[in-house]
Design a protein. Structure first.
Length: 680
């Protein structure tokens, strides 16, 4: 952290520079990432105490900490302008006037064993004055730029010693001109009251505990006509107020939602009271990339790049086991073998959880990286079990299993009839490769198209190699071939290439939920490109039921017989699908496809889904991805499916059938615990 003199700090503010610093005495931290109408302050967040004063202080460290406001700096750190005190309020209280900013007695306790000298008092009050001179310069600059300023003055309070019920958030309005600023108060209370915290009620009230009688608002009111100070108290529900230890899960949840509230309040204030009449919420936040994000992202990518699930889950001896299975007339349990994992899982996890994710200031982006780290840890636990008895348990942890709604959707589609797939044209592997190469050229995609003998699917994309791999000896219809082109190239390769263009490589590794999302978007592309068939929909339904049969019976032969005898698949098709769901030792991923397309279609109908193609994204992360695109932290995706602008006509029957697919209840209650490479 650079140290600057007070004069240099004020000079930089007056000249409109962005910078981050602390004064030479280290008494506060100032961060200006961009100039906006809003300053967020935490004047009681600090606990530094001059060494020369410690011997004179009558209070223990724990007693001082109890009345300080730890972690309030974390609540505001995502905002572009922050002013955070580092000194303890027991040295001098920035929320009291200069005349009595040094306590003699506080909360019924004597603060000093020996009286402070005039020199010692002057050294403390000098820092108090400097803080407010810097704040004045900052507010003056903001009023020059935007005609008005909002200062959000964040504190926290102890509640265990109170007998009465107290609100989670309290705004003190006694010194606020309510005729002028009431709309800001109302919006703030409304947004704060809608925060959800784990295992506790949340409320927001005005003047219920504190009345806003502090010095900061008095100081600003006496000097600036167009600035509002919002004194905001947060109950210490995010920590053990007696020990001073944070509750990490509550803190993470609060930080994310508190940031959203601050952004909403700031955007409203900007539109209503400043010279900026059009302000998007994302416009409040900085477009400058936090160096901590880049550091974590690079380290994460170096650690996890190339970790493609299907590379380790697809058997390497399928042709030999297929031959043996049919030689025994289906009375044989295939003995699949798998590629060796060249990663030490313990070391991998150890390095994952050592990444300094907590240094990322924006709580939403920090949470995203936390989720990715957790997901990669779960992925390595899955891969290390490939071919072993407990693989199925890891697969269930990672992907889940079909719900009753998923199975009902599958059976509904399998009962449908009346659509004849009249396309009898046969397309070979070489034909499909030609179509893929032509489409890649027309769509401006720089990628390879290759054949492979090790695929369970007809085709798949290798993210690390930027290659579409096509199975050997294919014989499919022309419609199926076109669908594969739009599925593999139009979505999986498009998102691979878009991810490669991103500065943040987390979009190449994949966000939580990217399997569900990628497959949902890919099937949606088949549908809107005019290449969806009833046979394809029913095939997706059969995958759901095949997963259920695998879970119920854990027998490859039973799954094969179920598909042949109950659903009249050819022996070749039944073997392929049985391999899909039994590979690794029981792979539940395939039930996700139907649910994914339902979610993708719902989102497509209600909002712009373009940014889901920025890389290997997840449905549940669309809001933060949109924000990051708006802030230019994530690039707008270059390669997009053509249907987003010009969807092809679809059969009314298919439209009805897809419309009848019900989202799984799991969609609404989980965090999309699915992450992976894709195969159609």
């Amino acid at each position: 952290m650079q140290k600057l003199s007070e004069q240099e700090i004020i000079h930089r503010i007056e000249s409109g520079q962005t910078f981050e610093c602390e004064p030479l005495d280290g008494s506060f931290l100032l961060k200006i990432e961009s100039y906006t109408p809003v300053v967020c302050a935490a004047v009681h967040a600090g606990n530094k105490f001059r060494t020369s004063l410690i011997a004179k202080c009558a209070l223990l460290d724990e007693e001082r900490l109890y009345e300080e406001d730890p972690f309030t700096d974390q609540l505001i750190q995502a905002m572009p302008i922050t002013l955070i005190a580092q000194d303890s309020r027991y040295e001098y209280d920035l929320n009291r006037p200069i005349a009595n900013c040094i306590y003699t007695k506080a909360w019924g306790k004597e603060v000093w064993q020996r009286k402070l000298s005039t020199k010692e008092r002057n050294e403390s009050t000098k820092k108090h004055k400097a803080f407010y001179r810097v704040l004045d310069a900052l507010v003056h600059k903001i009023e020059q730029l935007f005609s008005a300023a909002l200062i959000i003055d964040v504190h926290s309070y102890n509640h265990l010693r109170r007998d009465e019920e107290t609100p989670t958030f309290n705004i003190g309005t006694e010194q606020i001109d309510l005729d002028r600023w009431q709309s800001v108060i109302d919006l703030s209370l409304d947004k704060l009251s809608k925060i959800n915290l784990p295992n506790m009620p949340v409320s927001a009230h005005e003047n219920a505990v504190f009345y806003g009688r502090g010095y900061m608002i008095s100081h600003i009111n006496s000097r600036f006509q167009n600035s509002l100070v919002l004194p905001l108290e947060v109950k210490k529900v995010f920590m053990d107020e007696l020990s001073g230890e944070a509750y990490p899960l509550v803190m993470q949840s609060l930080s994310q939602q508190f940031k959203e509230c601050l952004v909403e309040i700031s955007a409203f204030f900007s539109r209503r009271f400043t010279s900026i009449k059009r302000t998007r919420k994302s416009g409040i936040l900085t477009e400058k990339m936090d160096p901590a994000i880049v550091k974590v992202d690079r380290a994460l990518y170096q650690l996890a790049k190339g970790l493609e699930t299907l590379l380790y889950i697809n058997p390497i001896n399928i042709p030999a086991e297929r031959k043996q299975f049919f030689k025994c007339n289906g009375n044989y349990h295939p003995q699949f073998r798998y590629r060796q994992l060249d990663i030490d899982p313990y070391q991998f996890k150890e390095q994952l959880y050592r990444l300094p994710v907590d240094t990322i200031r924006d709580p939403s982006i920090q949470s995203l990286y936390r989720d990715v780290v957790d997901g990669l840890s779960e992925k390595i636990s899955l891969l290390v079990k490939a071919g072993r008895p407990d693989f199925l348990y890891e697969s269930l942890k990672y992907y889940g299993e079909p719900s009753q709604i998923d199975e009902q959707n599958a059976r509904f589609l399998l009962h449908a009839s009346g659509l004849d797939d009249a396309d009898q044209t046969h397309v070979t592997t070489d034909d499909l490769i030609g179509q893929m190469k032509l489409a890649a050229s027309e769509w401006g995609m720089s990628c390879r198209v290759e054949t492979s003998t090790k695929l369970v699917a007809s085709a798949m994309v290798s993210n690390s190699r930027k290659a579409v791999m096509v199975a050997k000896n294919l014989s499919i219809s022309a419609t199926e071939a076109r669908a594969l082109v739009h599925h593999e190239l139009g979505v999986h390769m498009a998102t691979t290439l878009n991810a490669a263009n991103q500065r943040l490589k987390v979009f190449s590794l994949g966000l939580p939920g990217n399997t569900l999302t990628q497959e949902g978007l890919a099937i949606l592309n088949e549908y809107h490109s005019g290449n969806m068939t009833l046979k394809r929909l029913q095939g997706l339904g059969l995958r759901v039921l095949a997963v259920r049969e695998m879970l119920n019976h854990s027998d490859f032969r039973h799954t094969f017989s179920f598909l042949v005898e109950d659903h009249h698949l050819s022996q070749d098709e039944a073997f392929k699908l049985a391999v899909r769901v039994h590979r690794g030792g029981g792979f539940t991923k395939d039930y996700l496809y139907l649910n994914g397309v339902r979610i993708a279609l719902d989102l497509y109908k209600t909002q712009n889904i373009k940014n889901l193609y920025a890389g290997k994204t997840g449905f549940s992360y669309l809001p933060i991805i949109n924000e990051m695109v708006d802030r230019q932290l994530v690039s707008i995706p270059e390669h997009l499916p053509h249907f987003l602008k010009n969807p092809a006509p679809v059969s009314p029957v298919l439209e009805y059938l897809i419309g009848c697919i019900q989202p799984s209840s799991w969609y609404n209650t989980t965090a999309y615990n699915t992450r992976d490479t894709k195969a159609a």
